[in-house]
Design a protein around this ligand. Sequence first.
Ligand SMILES: C[S@@+](CC[C@H](N)C(=O)[O-])C[C@H]1O[C@@H](n2cnc3c(N)ncnc32)[C@H](O)[C@@H]1O
Length: 260
Amino acid sequence: MGRVATARRWARHSGIRPVAEVTGSWLATRFAPGWVRRNTAPALHDFVSCGGPLAGSAQVFLTRLGWAAAEIEPLTCEYEDVARRLAERYEATDLAFPARFGVEAETGFFVYAATRLLTPQVVVETGIADGRSSFFFLSALERNGQGTLHSFDIDPRAGGLIGDHDRWRRTIVDRAEPEAAFIAALRELGGVDFFFHDSDHRYLGQMVEYENTWPLMLPDGLFASDDADVSRAFIDFCRARERRPCFLFDNRKITGALRT
Ligand SMILES: C[S@@+](CC[C@H](N)C(=O)[O-])C[C@H]1O[C@@H](n2cnc3c(N)ncnc32)[C@H](O)[C@@H]1O
């Protein structure tokens, strides 16, 4: 079933009509046709009905995503060293973004451990800020000895914690039309093993990224989104595909993920 047909089916089910039909929003029409703009946050009930109980730790989240506890456990020691090195970077760096922009503790371990366990060739993250999540991705890729992180942001100051890294491709997209630049760059990559959204958390910003990245996801990959609690986009996206994601409830935010 095509994307628009899926959106129409979902819209019939939810009683809300697709935005392209209702408002003609240029963003939805161009990049996520058929999707309705819904900026309300989901309720706890939505997470549970869509994905089951929320995981309270990265370890539980990773086991629900299919990895064995015995594979995850040894990574906690590695991660302590990574976190120590990151703390040193923070000391030595003039930060350009508020600390609250960075991924939280359990999400940071999830990013590191999932990258170690998946051994991806192509990782895509949107939203760099100072580079906290980028540091976890790159530390894991370094340890894997393979793979490249492609990170996208609209702010040229992004990535101060990283500087240069031979496994890192940082792209600063035009903030006037970031979606077009992101989609063009994505298509150049071909396939994606691990996708992590952490950029524009408005409904259409999230949906545009999900809709355009999903068709490029490779088998056995990982499709994840930080701030799945800020708009209903991740839940709507999974429901439209009849997929049951897993959710991690970190200190104050919810990360969602699906194996592909
Ligand atoms: C929550 S922060 C990212 C935090 C980062 N992942 C970390 O762990 O430190 C969000 C970032 O997304 C960027 N951003 C906002 N809208 C964007 C867009 N449409 N495309 C790419 N980046 C965007 C902002 O400039 C900001 O740096």
